[in-house]
Design a protein around this ligand. Sequence first.
Ligand code: ADP
Ligand code: MG
Length: 239
Amino acid sequence: MKQVELINLSKSYEKQTEVLNEINLSIDEGEFFVLVGPSGSGKSTLLRMIAGLEDITSGVLKINEKVVNHLPPKDRDLSMVFQNYALYPHLSVEQNILFGLHAKKVAKKEQQKRLHETADMMGLGSLLKRKPKQLSGGQRQRVALARSVVSECPLCLMDEPLSNLDAKLRAHMRMEIRRLQKRLGLTMVYVTHDQVEAMTMGDRIMVLNEGKIQQVGDPITLYNEPANLFVASFIGSPK
Ligand code: ADP
Ligand code: MG
């Protein structure tokens, strides 16, 4: 089934020129889909449109085969992890993880069950009473991921979630995210400007430049058969 579908989607901010131009794309249920491109190419804008955080200038956005152009973010049954983690500094790790569940009216007992399962899975079990400022970058990142996981949303959007981590932790977290996505059967839309991240994580990759799709395909195809010079040099293939 198609989980996300974009049909002739374009976006302009106020009177500026288009930052996304006629994007056509569908993402399958359970797929790990990577959106890659240089800074300013429109990746975050596209993700925020799927989340409902930006208006759509023209075109159609479908989630689960329903048109959602005007559906408020909270009704879209998705979770989003931002680049800066966006944790609440005055709340504990536990409160941060559970924050989104209050609005969803999940029973207290169920909340605790999900909290402990997720915290164990993410190695956060001993940190639940701490505040974000008492955590390392990697631990904060795990809290943001845990918050997304407890929501049990089938669609997960991540915007450069590993960009503030050192190389070693980043490599580790790539594997963790992939494992989690497989285990939970999530549909993932994952934004990065890092070619290595894209090539190692994605089932399929979309290369974006200046608001236009350059190519969509699996990592091997992109590497062996880049559609143009931009893709070839961005991915680093020998063309
Ligand atoms: P990326 O995430 O790939 O770095 P963005 O989606 O953040 O790219 O930005 C794409 C383009 O849209 C950039 O030229 C950026 O300056 C512009 N842009 C992003 N957000 C806004 C905004 N709120 N208002 C006006 N222009 C914006
Ligand atoms: Mg961005």
